[in-house]
Design a protein around this ligand. Structure first.
Ligand code: GRF
Length: 202
C-alpha cells in the first residue's frame, strides 16, 4: 500500500508512523511526505530517511479551492492508497475530502466528539475534565468529525498545564496513529453504516 503523509510542522506523528512501518514491516511504503509549509521541521526527518518530499505552500494560492486542487494533484502523483494527516493544519474543502473518502485519516488531540478545532488541551483544562486524550478518525467534510478508528485516554492531573497535558497526550498519539494506519494497510478496517469495523487478528 502507498501512504502519503501530510504535515505542517514538527511531524512527530509522521515520524512515529514511519518508524513503526519500518520496525514492524507493514505491507506498505511511505510514498511521500508533503507539507504546506516549506519550513516544516518534519521534512528534515523525511529527507534524511530518503522519503520523497514535496511542498505545496498554501500562501501561494489565492483561494482554498485552488490550494486544495494543487495539493490533490501533488498527492495523486504518488498514487496513494491512504492519505495520513499528521498535524496538517489546514481546513479542507468538500471536493478534496470527497476525493479521498474512506482513504484519509486524521489524528486530533481530544476525545472526540469533545473539543473539535484548535486549543483542545486548554479547553479540556478549562472544562475541568478528568480525562483527555486523542482520536484517530476517517476524514469527512465536517471538521474533526468522521468515523472513529482509535482513541487513547490520559488522566488530567492536578497542576496540569497545557504543556504537561499535551505532552502526556502526544505519547499516546504516537501509539494509536501507527496502530490505526497499520489496521488500514492490513485491510482490517471497514466502514459500515458510518461506523468503523476492525477485524482482529489472532
Ligand atoms: C498533534 O497533537 C496532532 O494531534 C495535532 O497536531 C499535533 C501535531 O504534532 N493535529 P506533530 O506535528 O505530529 O508532532
Amino acid at each position: 500500500k502507498n501512504i502519503v503523509i501530510l504535515i505542517s510542522g514538527r511531524g512527530s506523528n509522521m515520524e512515529a508512523v514511519v518508524r513503526a512501518l519500518d520496525a514492524e514491516g507493514w505491507p506498505a511504503r511511505i510514498a511521500a511526505v508533503i507539507s504546506n509549509k516549506p519550513e516544516a521541521k518534519g521534512l528534515e526527518f523525511a529527507r534524511a530517511r530518503g522519503i520523497p518530499t514535496a511542498v505545496v505552500a498554501n500562501k501561494e494560492f489565492a483561494t482554498r479551492a485552488e490550494f486544495d486542487a494543487a495539493l490533490q494533484e501533488t498527492i495523486d502523483r504518488f498514487d496513494p492508497d491512504l492519505v495520513v494527516l499528521a498535524g496538517f493544519m489546514r481546513i479542507l474543502t468538500a471536493p478534496f475530502v470527497e476525493h479521498y473518502a474512506g482513504r484519509m485519516l486524521n489524528i486530533h488531540p481530544s476525545l472526540l466528539p469533545l473539543f473539535p478545532g484548535l486549543g483542545t488541551h486548554q479547553q479540556a483544562l478549562d472544562a475541568g475534565e478528568k480525562e483527555h486524550g486523542a482520536t484517530v478518525h476517517f476524514v469527512t467534510a465536517e471538521l474533526d468529525h468522521g468515523p472513529v478508528v482509535a482513541q487513547a485516554r490520559v488522566p488530567v492531573l492536578p497542576g496540569d498545564t497545557e504543556d504537561s497535558l499535551s505532552a502526556r497526550v502526544l505519547v499516546e498519539e504516537h501509539k494509536i496513529y501507527p496502530y490505526a494506519v497499520r489496521l488500514f494497510v492490513e485491510d482490517r478496517l471497514s466502514i459500515e453504516h458510518g461506523e468503523v469495523r476492525i477485524r482482529e487478528t489472532r
